[in-house]
Structures are given as structure tokens and as C-alpha cells.
Write a protein that binds this ligand. Structure first.
Ligand code: ATP
Ligand code: MG
Length: 601
């Protein structure tokens, strides 16, 4: 549990879905509010899913309910165990300490029969994420665990004359369906006798027919203005192994059939999804209402997707970035995946705060990436330990500081957190400063170092640049400066004002670290707008790698902590770190650094 956020807990969000849930609670419509987050394990979760997680778990949390994690795994060909594992890890990370007490998981190996016969009550063990052993005995729900029950429900529809086996080819099925402005045409198999349907469906299951030769369809209305109601497919034949059920099945239920019934089996009350499912809602209700199911039935509610600018939120498109090696993997810190965001150094608190603050509406719009970046900076400013590091080093010699001498200066760890304490940073005659902090012929308002000019070295002395050493090509390779040795904290001229303050490290004490400087992956705010090839607008500068000179305390950097390299941005340790070679990811730059420093100076 993070202590940081307790103090500034934001007010409980309010939106049209929560208003409805509140109404249902006050009417005692359900015994308990029960939501679910139902990803298809066909890719890693992205920032859009973070919004869905925060909404579904948030509602469970606010209304004393439970939110199930369910793998919506009805399509054998695109799903993999790697994705299942990553989804569990990402959800756990995002809700730990916030909503893990209403995390609906089940003891490993619980049978589907037990889930549906137990009134769905005993299986929702509050997950304790900091007790790994406890959570490893729990697992998510799988739609594929309900394949037997779904099959029985399908038989029930057949018996009632509400479903039939259709022999139309996939092409003909499409043709017969018509279009939104043109009614469909009845399949010639629509009036098959229940007995024949029953027999054919069993033989489909037994594997007698090849892929694509037959389907099971609901018998609804081929003239419905809603094409989803025109005898939609309930089952198709797929001779393919499934990551969870193996070779047991060669027919697989369609999303629309499996989803509403999985919700029902788990006792979901509010099935919340994104707007593209609005047109599926009549079918969701039709299936549940045409089976003999005890009430109450789950209901579906839709909200607009989160689409942040400069990002892509489609697993299919993200997969192609991975496959084409445009990024190093799903967790590349430039990816909008939850694992990429985490590796980049964004905290779960910051991601949640963003995902919640954007609100829940019915209007599709692009969210300005600045809102996301603001949430990250707000969070990191509170928690990050301040450190000195130089990304593009330029040697600086303090000519009046004795050779061989060094001293330890006090520096506060985090001015935003009085409990963070101080540390010692070594100062000596030879330093590194940021190349950008020196200009030989600067513009008028340049308050950093210039020939004859003065700046303060943060936590140390005021120095004056006397001389510049250049190489044969005319590049500046060294600055020669004198320090006002009375100007450090506590000294007679400590309060003397100069316009600029710059950061530095002591050359002999500094450690080398690889710093990975990330920028947006795309140059356009809407990379895939109007079907544009998003790979045509990749930002060639989305990653720059430099060798930084860091203050020695960063040798013991902790991957769990966040650092602010003063004046440069927020950094976190990357898992690529080796014992003698730290690797830091820049999570985000600081805002308005120069203006702020100039004002302070
Ligand atoms: P993708 O198009 O990226 O594959 P999806 O909707 O197919 O997304 P699912 O795994 O089916 O991915 O999504 C799980 C849940 O997350 C669904 O309820 C879905 O509505 C929701 N979701 C997906 N994308 C977003 C988004 N951008 N914003 C909010 N919720 C989302
Ligand atoms: Mg989907």
C-alpha cells in the first residue's frame, strides 16, 4: 500500500455508469455489485485497458463488490499462455494496494460446475498481492472453462427452435446477411427440424465436419434493422488446439454467445464494455432471455474508449510493432502497453490517477497526451529522490580548488518530502557539467555558463568561467573556472545571487550509466487516423542512448524507487541493468526547467 497517495486521495469519481450502479444499490436490485474485466489473451494489455480496469475494479471497490478477472478466450488461434501470464501480472500491478481486496480470482482448479452451482459466492477470495504464495494459489476465470455449459445452453436453444445448424459457406452467410440498409435473406437451413439440428450439432462437436462447413446460428430475424440480430453465428468449427482446453474442442462459441453467458455464470451484475459493443447489446439480452435462466440477469453498459494522442490502442497494431522489431518487445518503454509503461518508470498510482481522471463518457474523443504526462509528473515530483547526473558531459576544472582535495556536500533527497533526508555528494577540482549549459556566444537571456559569466553549482559554489579549451577542430572540450570559495552553504557569500544554477558531478567520483532517453513513438497526434499506416509516422528520435556521468550514490539505485536527475527529468532503473553497469530509463522530462531555474537563480 502506498503511503504517498493516502493523504491526497481524490474524491470518488462520478459518471453515468456509477450513477446507475448507485441507483441499483439503493434499490437493492442485486445482492452484491459484481463487475468483470474480460481481456482476450491475444496480446498485452495497453493504456486503454488500464481505463477499463480502473473502471471495473473502481466500481467494485466503491460499492463493496467484486471484480473478476476473466480471460475471454474463445478464439483458439490467436491466444497464448504468454499473454495470459502478462495480463495477470499487469492487472495485479495496477490494482495492488488499491483494489486487490475486491479482486475476483478463484482457487486453482475450481471446476466450472462448482462456480455456477455455488451461487458464485465462495470463490471470490480477496487476493492479497503482497502474499505471493496466496495469489499463486489463485487464478483468473476463463470463458473456456464454461465450454461444456455453453454447449448445453446451445442445445437448449436448439430444442426450443431458437437455433439451427446452417450449411451456408462463410461467403454465402455474409451475402445472405444483407446490409444495414438492405434486409437479409433467410438461410435455406433455417427451418431444419430440431432433431436434425440436434444431431448435426453433436456431430460438429464430434469433429465430423471440416472448418467452415457448418455453423450454429440463432434464429432471430433476418430483416432486423440491427445486422447483429440477423441470425448471428453462435458456434463455428475450428480444428485447432486451445491454450487452455487443449484438443478437447473443435467447435468454439462466438464472442456474443460466450460473453453474456460467462457473465451470467459468474454472477456478474454490470457488464461494462466499450461503445462498439452497443449494437451487440440486443443480442446479449436475447440470448440470456431466451434461455431458462433464473433472474437477475447481467446487463451490459457501454462507455467510450480511451484513445490518448500520440499512441495506438489496438492490440493488432501493437503486435505488428513487436513483430516488425520497431520496438524491442511488448514492454519496450515506448509502448503504450501496461508493461511498457511500468518499465518506463510510471507508477501504478500515476497510471490509475490518469485513467480515472479522464472520466467515463459516451463520446469518442482523443485524450491529450499532456493529461497523461501531467499525471506522471505530479506523482514523480512527490516521490522521486533528487540526484545529480550529467547526460552530455563537458569537463570543467575549478582552477583555484586544490588538486587532490575533495569534500562532501549535503544535498536534500527530496524537497517535497521532509522525511526523505539528505545525502553527501563529493566535490573536487574536476567536474562534469552539461554540455548544453555552456554557450560561447549565447543569446541575451542565457543564464547558464558563458565566458566571463557566473553560475551557481547546485549544492556547491558559485563559479566564474575564465577560459575555454578547444580541440584542433575548434570544439569546446574543457571549461576553466574559478570558484567563490566563500559561497557554499553557511559561507560568508552563500546568499550572493547569481542568475543561473546548474548541475554537475565530480569527475573522479562519478559513475557511468547508460541513459535511455525516450520520446513519443509517433510524430502525429493520431497515428492511425483515417486508416493511415501508422508506421509511416514513426518518430525517428523516439530513443536516444547516452552514457551519463552520475553521482556515486546512484551505484546503489533501487529499481523500486524513482529518481529525478535534477534539471533533466525523472529516471528509473531498467531491468537491463548489470552489476557494474546501471541502465536508466527516462520516464519523462521536467517541465519548464529553464524558466524555473532562471527564476530561482
Ligand atoms: P484491442 O482492439 O486492443 O484488441 P479489445 O477491445 O479487442 O482491444 P479486449 O481484450 O477485448 O481488447 O478488451 C478487454 C476489455 O477492455 C474490454 O471490455 C474492452 O471494451 C476494454 N477496452 C479495450 N480497449 C479499450 C480502450 N482503449 N479504452 C477503454 N477500454 C478498452
Ligand atoms: Mg476484443
Amino acid at each position: 500500500m502506498s503511503s504517498e497517495n493516502k493523504a491526497s486521495a481524490p474524491p470518488a469519481p462520478s459518471d453515468f455508469i456509477r450513477d446507475l450502479v448507485a441507483k441499483h444499490v439503493s434499490e437493492k436490485k442485486y445482492e452484491r455489485v459484481h463487475t468483470r474485466f474480460p481481456p482476450e489473451p491475444n496480446g498485452y494489455l495497453h493504456i486503454g485497458h488500464a481505463k477499463s480496469i480502473c473502471l471495473n475494479f473502481g466500481i467494485a471497490r466503491e460499492f463493496g463488490g467484486v471484480c473478476n478477472l476473466r480471460m475471454d478466450d474463445t478464439n483458439p488461434t490467436k491466444e497464448e499462455v504468454e499473454y495470459v501470464d502478462s495480463i495477470i501480472a499487469d492487472v495485479k500491478w495496477l490494482i495492488a494496494g488499491w483494489a486487490d481486496h475486491c479482486f475476483g480470482l478463484k482457487p486453482k482448479g475450481t471446476t466450472p460446475e462448482a462456480i455456477s452451482s455455488n451461487g458464485n459466492r465462495d470463490f471470490y477470495l480477496p487476493a492479497v498481492t503482497d502474499h505471493e504464495s496466496q495469489i499463486t494459489n489463485l487464478e483468473p476465470f476463463y470463458a473456456s472453462d464454461y465450454f461444456d455449459q455453453l454447449y448445453e445452453y446451445a442445445e437448449q436453444l436448439i430444442r426450443k427452435g431458437k437455433a439451427y445448424v446452417c450449411d451456408l459457406s462463410p461467403d454465402d452467410t455474409d451475402k445472405y446477411r444483407g446490409a444495414p440498409d438492405r434486409p437479409g435473406k433467410d438461410s435455406p437451413f433455417r427451418n431444419r427440424a430440431a432433431e436434425e439440428n440436434f444431431d448435426l450439432f453433436q456431430r460438429m462437436k464430434a469433429g465430423e465436419f471440416p472448418d467452415g462447413t457448418r455453423t450454429l446460428r440463432a434464429r432471430i430475424d433476418m430483416a432486423s434493422p440491427n445486422v447483429w440480430m440477423r441470425d448471428p453465428l453462435l458456434y463455428r468449427i475450428r480444428h485447432a488446439a486451445h491454450h487452455h482446453t487443449g484438443d478437447k474442442w473443435c467447435i468454439y462459441p462466438m464472442y456474443d454467445f460466450a460473453h453474456c453467458l460467462s457473465d451470467y455464470i459468474e454472477g456478474i451484475t454490470h457488464s461494462i464494455c466499450t461503445l462498439e459493443f452497443e449494437v451487440h447489446r440486443p443480442l446479449y439480452n436475447w440470448i440470456l432471455e431466451n434461455l431458462d435462466l433464473p433472474r437477475p440477469l447481467p446487463r451490459q453498459y457501454e462507455f467510450a474508449k480511451l484513445i490518448p494522442s500520440y499512441m495506438i490502442v489496438s492490440k493488432r497494431k501493437l503486435i505488428s510493432l513487436v513483430n516488425d522489431k520497431i520496438v524491442t518487445g511488448w514492454d519496450d518503454p515506448r509502448m503504450p502497453t501496461i508493461s511498457g509503461i511500468r518499465r518506463r518508470g510510471v507508477t501504478a498510482e500515476a497510471l490509475r490517477s490518469f485513467a480515472i481522471s479522464v472520466g467515463v463518457t459516451k463520446y469518442i474523443s482523443v485524450t491529450d497526451i499532456a493529461v497523461y504526462e501531467h499525471a506522471i509528473r505530479e506523482d514523480l515530483n512527490q516521490r522521486a529522490l533528487r540526484r545529480l547526473a550529467v547526460l552530455r558531459p563537458l569537463k570543467l576544472v575549478v582552477t583555484n580548488y586544490p588538486e587532490g582535495k575533495s569534500e562532501e556536500l549535503d544535498a536534500v533527497n527530496n524537497p517535497e518530502d521532509l522525511n526523505s533526508g539528505t545525502r553527501k555528494i563529493p566535490f573536487s577540482r574536476e567536474l562534469y557539467v552539461e554540455r548544453d549549459d555552456f554557450m560561447e556566444t549565447p543569446p541575451p537571456k542565457f543564464f547558464r555558463l558563458k565566458p566571463g559569466g557566473e553560475v551557481r553549482l547546485k549544492y556547491a559554489y558559485i563559479i566564474k568561467c575564465d577560459d575555454v579549451v578547444k580541440d584542433a577542430a575548434g570544439n569546446v572540450v574543457e571549461l576553466r573556472c574559478t570558484a567563490d570559495l566563500d559561497s557554499k552553504t553557511g559561507g560568508p557569500t552563500a546568499n550572493r545571487k547569481v542568475k543561473g544554477t546548474i548541475h554537475w558531478v565530480s569527475a573522479v567520483h562519478a559513475i557511468d550509466a547508460e541513459a535511455r532517453l525516450y520520446d513519443r513513438l509517433f510524430t502525429e497526434a493520431e497515428p492511425d487516423k483515417d486508416g493511415r499506416d501508422f508506421k509511416s509516422v514513426l518518430n525517428p528520435k523516439s530513443l536516444e542512448v547516452v552514457t551519463a556521468k552520475c553521482e556515486p550514490s546512484l551505484r546503489d539505485a533501487n529499481p523500486e524507487l524513482r529518481y529525478q536527475f535534477e534539471r533533466l527529468g525523472y529516471f528509473t532503473l531498467d531491468p537491463d541493468t548489470m552489476p557494474a553497469k546501471p541502465v536508466f530509463n527516462r520516464t519523462i522530462t521536467l517541465k519548464d526547467t529553464w524558466a524555473k531555474e532562471a527564476r530561482k537563480g
